[in-house]
Design a protein around this ligand. Structure first.
Ligand code: HEM
Length: 456
C-alpha cells in the first residue's frame, strides 16, 4: 500500500476511496493518513494527545544524522533549541533575516544582470531562479562566508533522497543521499572552524552555536552542531527555494505570463517614487528597496505566493499519539494508541473541491484576492501550508515574506518568458513531480527553458 501511495499521481484521490481517515500497515510501521480539513483541524486542536515534538526529534536523528546522544540524552534540544527557533523566527524578530534576504537577492539580481550581455539570455529557470534564491537564503541564514554555491549540488542530492530516508528505505537506496548529507555536514563543520564565520550570519545560527557550545551540558562538538545547522538549512532551503521557483514557473505558463504582475509592481514602484521623489529603487540601495517592499501594496503577487503554495505543496504534517485510547474529535470510530503516527495530508485539503470548487486542481493566480479566500457563508477556506496548531512552521514569516520580496525583485529587474524553442505544457502544474509525496514543495519533472532580458 505504501508503494502505491508513493507512486500515485494524486494521493488526495485516496480520500474519495478510503475516506477522511485510513490506516496503512507496511514494513512493520502503522501509519494513519488523515485527509480532511475537519479531521486535521481537530488533531491540531488536541495538542496534548497529538504531538509533533517526538516526530521532530526522531527526524533529527533518522533524516539528519544528529547523534542520538544529543537528541535524547539531555533536554537541551527540547528545552532550549526549539524555543529559540520559535522566538527568533517570530514575526517581530525575523526582520533582520528578511532584510538580509533582500540584500543577498539584490546581489544575486546584479550578478544575473551582468550575465545578460546580449539582448536575451537563454537559460533554465532552475539555473536562473532556483540557484540564485538558494544562495540568497543560505547567505541570509549562515552569512556570506558559507560556500553556498559549493553546497548546491550536494543539497539537491540529499533533498532528493529525503523522502526515502524518512520512510526508512534500505541502505542501498539511500547511499547517494547519505554521501551528500555527509558532504554538507563536513562543509558546515569546516565553516564553524573558519575565523569570522559569524560575520553576516543570522542570529538564529549564531545563537544556536553559542548556546550549544556554552550552555548545553555536555557542550556540543562542532560536528554535532554541523548536523543541527544542516537540519535548519534544509527546513529553510528545501521548501522556500522551490516555493519561489514555482511562483515564477506557474505564472510563466499562464496565458498572459508575468504581464499582470509587471503591471502591479510597476504601478507600486511609480506611486512610491511619486511619494518619495528622492528614493533610489534602481538596485544600488538594498535598504531603499527593502523599505519599498515592506510598504508596497502587492495584492496579486501576494495571492500568487499563496496560490503557488496551495498547488505545489505536498507536506505531511505528522503527529505522534502520546497516550492510549485517544480519538479524534468528531471521529469516535477510530481509536489510537501510544506511538501511532498520524500523517495529515496538507495536499488533499488544498485540492479538496468541497472547499476550493470544481477547479480546485487548477492554478488560479487571483484565487486569494479579496474575498477569494472566503467560502459562501463566510468561513475561510482551509489553507494550511505551514501546518497548524502549536507546532506550525516557525519559519513561516521568513518564508512568506521572503518568497514575496524575492519574487518582486525579480519582477522589477527581468523580463522572463518561456523559450519557444522548447515545447512547454499548457499548464505549469503539469511539471510538478507528484511522486515526492509528503516531503514539502514538489520538484519539477523537467527543466523549464526561459529567455531573460533586463527590464528597461
Ligand atoms: C515555503 C516554505 C516553507 C514551508 C511550506 C514550510 C512548511 C512546514 C510545515 C508543513 C511544517 C510542519 C508543521 C506542522 O506539522 O504543523 C514546518 C515545520 C517547521 N518549519 Fe517550515 N516551512 C517552510 C519554510 C521554513 C523556513 C524558512 C524555516 C526556517 C528558517 C522553517 C522552519 C521550520 C521549523 C523549525 C519547523 C518545526 C516547528 C515546530 O516544531 O514547532 N520552515 N514547516
Amino acid at each position: 500500500m505504501l508503494g502505491v501511495l508513493r507512486q500515485s499521481p494524486s494521493v488526495h484521490v485516496f480520500r474519495e476511496k478510503y475516506g477522511d481517515i485510513f490506516t496503512v500497515q507496511a514494513v512493520g510501521m502503522r501509519s494513519t493518513y488523515v485527509t480532511s480539513a475537519a479531521a486535521i483541524s481537530a488533531i491540531y486542536r488536541n495538542s496534548k494527545s497529538f504531538v509533533f515534538q517526538p516526530v521532530r526529534l526522531e527526524a533529527s536523528a533518522k533524516m539528519f544524522d544528529m547523534p542520538r546522544s544529543i537528541v535524547y540524552d539531555n533536554d537541551y534540544m527540547r528545552e532550549t533549541l526549539y524555543p529559540l527557533h520559535h522566538r527568533l523566527l517570530a514575526s517581530s524578530n525575523v526582520v533582520p533575516m528578511v532584510d538580509a534576504l533582500i540584500m543577498h537577492t539584490v546581489d544575486g539580481v546584479k550578478e544575473l544582470s551582468s550575465k545578460i550581455t546580449e539582448n536575451q539570455w537563454s537559460t533554465t529557470l532552475e539555473e536562473f531562479g532556483h540557484r540564485t534564491i538558494f544562495r540568497a537564503i543560505s547567505a541570509s541564514m549562515c552569512g556570506p562566508r558559507f560556500p553556498a554555491e559549493k553546497a548546491y549540488d550536494p543539497f539537491a542530492a540529499f533533498d532528493d533522497c529525503l523522502p526515502l530516508l524518512a520512510a526508512g528505505a534500505p541502505a542501498l537506496f539511500v547511499q547517494k543521499g547519505i554521501r551528500a548529507r555527509n558532504q554538507l555536514i563536513d562543509m558546515f563543520e569546516e565553516y564553524l572552524g573558519t575565523p569570522g564565520w559569524e560575520e553576516g550570519a543570522s542570529e538564529l545560527i549564531t545563537a544556536i552555536v553559542d548556546g550549544a557550545r556554552n550552555e548545553s551540558q555536555p557542550p556540543w562538538t562542532d560536528r554535532e552542531l554541523a548536523t543541527a545547522i544542516n537540519s535548519d538549512f534544509w527546513a529553510a532551503n528545501g521548501n522556500m527555494s522551490w516555493g519561489f521557483f514555482w511562483c515564477i514557473n506557474l505564472m510563466l505558463h499562464e496565458p498572459q505570463g508575468l504581464a499582470p504582475l509587471y503591471e502591479e509592481i510597476d504601478a507600486a514602484r511609480d506611486s512610491w517614487l511619486k511619494a518619495h521623489p528622492s528614493a533610489d529603487l534602481s538596485g544600488d540601495s538594498w535598504t531603499e528597496l527593502a523599505e519599498f517592499l515592506n510598504n508596497a501594496s502587492l495584492p496579486l503577487i501576494t495571492s500568487v505566493v499563496s496560490e503557488t503554495l496551495r498547488v505545489s505543496l505536498s507536506s505531511f504534517s505528522v503527529r505522534a499519539v502520546v497516550e492510549d485510547g485517544v480519538t479524534i474529535n468528531g471521529y469516535p470510530q477510530f481509536e489510537f494508541g501510544k506511538g501511532d503516527l498520524l500523517l495529515c495530508q496538507i495536499r488533499s485539503v488544498h485540492l479538496d473541491q468541497e472547499h476550493y470548487g470544481p477547479d480546485a486542481a487548477a492554478f488560479k493566480p487571483d484565487r486569494f484576492l479579496d474575498s477569494g479566500s472566503v467560502m459562501q457563508g463566510g468561513a475561510r477556506r482551509p489553507f494550511i501550508p505551514w501546518g497548524g496548531g502549536v507546532s506550525q512552521c516557525d519559519g513561516r514569516h521568513f518564508a512568506s515574506k521572503g518568497c514575496k520580496f524575492a519574487f518582486a525583485l525579480f519582477l522589477l529587474n527581468f523580463d522572463i518568458t518561456l523559450d519557444p524553442a522548447y515545447e512547454a505544457p499548457s499548464s505549469g502544474s503539469a511539471l510538478l513531480d507528484t511522486s515526492r509525496i509528503g516531503a514539502g514543495i514538489l520538484h519539477s519533472t523537467k527543466p523549464t527553458h526561459i529567455l531573460v532580458s533586463k527590464r528597461k
